[in-house]
Design a protein around this ligand. Structure first.
Ligand SMILES: Cc1cc2nc3c(=O)[nH]c(=O)nc-3n(C[C@H](O)[C@H](O)[C@H](O)COP(=O)(O)OP(=O)(O)OC[C@H]3O[C@@H](n4cnc5c(N)ncnc54)[C@H](O)[C@@H]3O)c2cc1C
Length: 47
């Protein structure tokens, strides 16, 4: 069976935590994180 792809809109803290939660629950499929930043990603905050 083909693994589903999760698309997360918003590449901020909430989006990063959503991706982390997916991995934390054992999801090993494709995760697409979409943001509207005009610069490369970096860590602004940690939680
Ligand atoms: C200058 C600054 C410094 C900060 N410093 C700290 C700190 O040191 N510690 C701390 O705990 N908090 C800090 N914060 C607050 C912290 O950044 C926010 O609480 C946190 O980023 C909120 O996360 P979020 O994912 O909800 O929203 P955001 O981080 O705002 O993320 C929203 C995401 O949605 C995306 N998006 C928006 N519109 C669209 C669209 N139309 N299509 C696709 N994507 C879209 C944006 O590109 C972004 O990736 C700071 C905030 C600012 C502005």
């Amino acid at each position: 069976m083909v693994s589903p792809t999760f698309v997360i809109i918003g590449a901020g803290l909430a989006g990063a935590k959503a991706a982390e939660a997916l991995r934390g629950t054992g999801f090993d499929g494709r995760i697409v994180l979409l943001g509207d930043e005009h610069h490369p990603s970096g860590s602004r905050s940690r939680a």
